[in-house]
Structure formats: C-alpha cells, structure tokens
Write a protein that binds this ligand. Sequence first.
Ligand code: NAD
Length: 321
Amino acid sequence: MLIIPEKIIPDLISEQDAFTAVEAVFGAMAKKDAYNFPVIREAIGHADALYGFKSGFDRAGQVLGLKSGGYWPGNMEKGLTNHQSTVFLFDPDTGRPHAMVGGNYLTAVRTAAASAISIKYLSRKDSKILGMVGAGHQSTFQLRAAAAQRDFDKVIAWNVDPNMLGNLEKTAQELGLPFESVDRETMGQQADVIITITSCFEPLLMKDWIKPGTHIACMGTDTKGKQEVDANMVAAATVFTDEIAQSIEIGECQHAIAQGLIKEDDINQIGDVINGDHKGRSSDDEITLFDGTGVGLQDLAVADAAVRLAKDKGVALGIDI
Ligand code: NAD
C-alpha cells in the first residue's frame, strides 16, 4: 500500500492535472461508466464534529475508493484546518488497499477544477470580467483555476466581510489581473463569469441583477438549506451540474425544485457537454449556471492522479498491510 502525505501533494499535482482528472470522471459519470455511492455524513456528538464518507467506483478509470473526513470547528485553535479529509483507494480487482492519500489540498483543487470545467464548456469565449463571491479558503483556488480558462482582463469581488478580500486581491495580482471590490448589483451588471463560493444560507445574487450571457458557477452549496443565488435565477438559467441527484438534494437547485420553479429534467449533466452529447450554451444571451455540488468521484480522480505522479517521481511511501 502506498502513502502520499498531505505535505507533498501541493508540489505533486498541478491545477491542470486536477482539471484533466475531474474532466475525465465527469465524462465517465455521464456515460454511466462511473458512479457515486450514497453519501454518509453524521454529527458524531464529540468535538462538534461532522464526519462522513464520499465513495464511488470509476469503472472507466479503474478507481475505487472513498474520501473520509469532515468538519472539526475547534481545529483552528490547534493549528489545524477545520476541514479534514483523507482518501483511501482500493484495487478494484482484489479489494486490497492500494493507497492512502492526504485529501485536504486535493479537495480544494478538485473543487476549483469543477468550476473551471464549467467555465471552459459553458461560458462565452469572449468573457472578460470574472466575478468572485466569497473570499474564504477555497476562493483563491477557484480564482486561479478560472483564470486559466478565459482571457479575463479584470477580477471583481464581493465578500460579506470585505476585510477578507486581501487574499483574492493578492492572487489576482499574482495572475497579473486588476482587482476591484464591488457591491453585488455591480457584480451582476459587469461580470461575464461569476463564481460563488460561500457558506451562505440565503440568496446573495438576485436574478434581475445578472446580465444576459453570464455564466455562474455556484460552488458553495453542498448541504441541505445552503443557498447562494435567487431560485428565480436558477429557473431563468440553463442549468448544469456534476450529479443531478445531489443537485436536487443538497445543491443550489434544491430551492428551485422545492418551489416548483424547475423539474429534474431541466438539470443537465456537465459530463454530457464534455462528451459532446449536449451542446452546452446555445446563444450569447443565454444565462448558464453550473451547480457544483462536489462528488466523491472527483476526490478519487485527483487522488489517483496524485498516486500516479508520486510513483513517477519516486516519492510514494510503501508499506505492507
Ligand atoms: P471558509 O469558511 O474558508 O469561507 C466561507 C466563506 O463564506 C467566506 O467568504 C465567508 O465570508 C462566506 N460566508 C459565510 N457566511 C456567509 C453569509 N451568511 N453570507 C455571505 N457570505 C458568507 O470556507 P471555504 O473552505 O472557502 O468553503 C466555502 C464553501 O464551499 C463552504 O460552504 C464549503 O462547504 C463549500 N465547499 C463546496 C465544495 C464543493 O465541491 N461544492 C467543496 C469544498 C467546499
């Protein structure tokens, strides 16, 4: 069994490696060559922690495994990140454990890869202004991955606490992009692409603020009750997602579905666009929305890529189990 420690992963896997791995598994999901198993997530009644598993099997890529972990709100005081995850991979032919991979950095890059994929396939090619809503841990990963997809010439951003915008501004500067803090209505009037990555439970962007032709990647809503955009905006957009079942249950679409504004059939799988089975955006005026709920197969795909890269570089630790 191979161990890939958390600390070596940032130098091991590039944004492009994560993008390629997630793009392939989204395509496999749409072809039903890869499927996610039901998610387990429980409050364990200790340390206020939420603990769970996301797992699946990618038959096309021959990747079987699970991501285990969750949220420990007291970790910051211990010098640790609150979100903790570890990926375990198993040999699909024998069930033997194949690898244990640190999952914290991988979670950020696989989530950023998902919105970047949606930008590649759904946003207008002439998109110039990138809007960021949210400025937490994930946001800089999101910004970097998005910037690789279009020839943006400016980043505009909003966060409920504007003091948190410094990290995004620094990342924009590193990417050579001018940065401006704006209010949410200005964001809607100006941005060609908007990424939302917050822990919000109410709509932050309203339908009437968004201009025609915008692509919106909603990445923060991954739990029942969370919400980042107006349900009427979801209804007005052509909607894509990583997995339809999760989009309806825990994704941004949960609200539009509950209010009867859209039906399950209105939600498209991004994998169909990747595979060429759906044309994606059909006009320059269409609003497209990607509901990125975060699936276990994304974690397995990037963990598998990390294992291959670690083996190639001779940095995987091997143990007998
Ligand atoms: P974080 O705690 O570092 O940052 C949270 C962000 O949300 C901050 O910008 C904060 O200001 C903002 N926020 C919190 N409450 C808000 C409110 N009421 N109104 C407006 N903004 C609010 O978290 P993070 O690691 O950056 O993750 C952001 C979100 O993305 C989380 O909700 C997380 O669960 C989700 N997430 C989704 C995926 C996925 O695959 N879809 C993957 C990882 C994380």
